[in-house]
Design a protein around this ligand. Structure first.
Ligand SMILES: C[S@@+](CC[C@H](N)C(=O)[O-])C[C@H]1O[C@@H](n2cnc3c(N)ncnc32)[C@H](O)[C@@H]1O
Length: 288
């Protein structure tokens, strides 16, 4: 039976079937929370069948077996990279970055100054994909940082996809990627032309730190982040995973912190804690 037929057959049967496709669906859910229901057969075929072929596995069952084996971490990373959607761009949706620049950072700096707290700002871009969100935040922060000598500023970018995190860390983007959302001024201020593409400046790279993190697993940080961007990722999760993740994100935030979600995402169903505010045309949440 071909790989495509295996997928079709499994997805048209009850979920209790015991072949490789069911095991693969469970593994993907476990690894990154993407649930491949009957509407997603095309994703298995288009994104995971090439891995089965390249690794010369007999079928999906063998792929799962190899991924679960002691030496399976590369296979697991490859599956996660292939199945997750990494679409992103610089200054995506624009309004969150205006809200950050004109309202949130000024308010936050004033609050820190007046409370006598340590002069430190921590921002988390959870599910940062290939880093454009992190460097967009860094450009805004860098402008303001000129007026904040001695402040400790850092943006933490995380993603479940190791290949995306590696791209983000490297900070090199093609002409096409730089052409999506970056204006000429930011390009000339913060990028240099390198190897037929564009390299992010050290000024921005110094503000950023990256790590591989699965948002469905516990976070070690408590009361650390003043601002969290968690955009365009929860749409892939089941409702209970989404609710649990946002409640755990709140635990990582300082009191009075700010939470950004995607422009089409709303958190009001998660309770009064998630009451929206609008600034510069952008909806944000202040859950503590
Ligand atoms: C569509 S991109 C969004 C990138 C960026 N936040 C933006 O809005 O432009 C979604 C990202 O979520 C990541 N992702 C998916 N499941 C994840 C999980 N369980 N934990 C962490 N990141 C995850 C994917 O690897 C992908 O890079």
């Amino acid at each position: 039976m071909s790989l495509a037929e295996q997928v079709q057959q499994t997805l048209s049967r009850p979920a209790t079937s015991d072949d490789g496709v069911s095991a693969l669906i469970d593994l993907v859910d476990e690894l990154c929370g993407v649930y491949l229901d009957e509407t997603k057969g095309y994703l298995i075929e288009s994104r995971l069948a090439p891995i089965v072929k390249r690794l010369e596995c007999r079928d999906y069952a063998e792929l799962v077996q190899r991924a679960k084996g002691v030496a399976g971490s590369d296979v697991r990373s490859e599956i996660v990279d292939a199945i997750t959607t990494h679409e992103t761009l610089f200054f995506r949706d624009e309004s969150p970055f205006n809200a950050l620049r004109y309202k949130i950072l000024p308010d936050l700096i004033e609050a820190i100054e007046s409370s006598g707290r340590q002069r430190r700002i921590r921002i988390w871009s959870a599910a940062c994909s290939t880093g454009q969100e992190v460097y967009s935040i860094a450009m805004v922060l860098h402008e303001i940082a000129q007026m904040l000598p001695g402040w400790d500023l850092q943006i933490f970018g995380t993603d479940v996809s190791p290949a995306s995190v590696e791209t983000a860390r490297r900070g090199w983007y093609s002409n096409l990627e730089v052409g999506r959302g970056l204006d000429d001024l930011n390009k000339s201020n913060y990028f240099s032309h390198e190897a037929a593409g564009w390299q992010v400046s050290q000024d921005l790279q110094r503000l950023a730190r990256f790590d591989v993190r699965n948002l469905l697993q516990p976070f070690p940080e408590m009361n650390l982040f003043d601002i969290v961007f968690c955009r365009n990722v929860a749409i892939y999760f089941k409702p209970e995973q989404r609710a649990d993740m946002f409640h755990r994100i709140v635990d990582t935030m300082t009191p009075g912190g700010w939470l950004f979600v995607g422009s089409a995402e709303r958190l009001s169903d998660l309770g009064a804690e998630f009451t929206p505010e609008t600034h510069c045309n952008c909806t944000v949440y202040r859950p503590k």
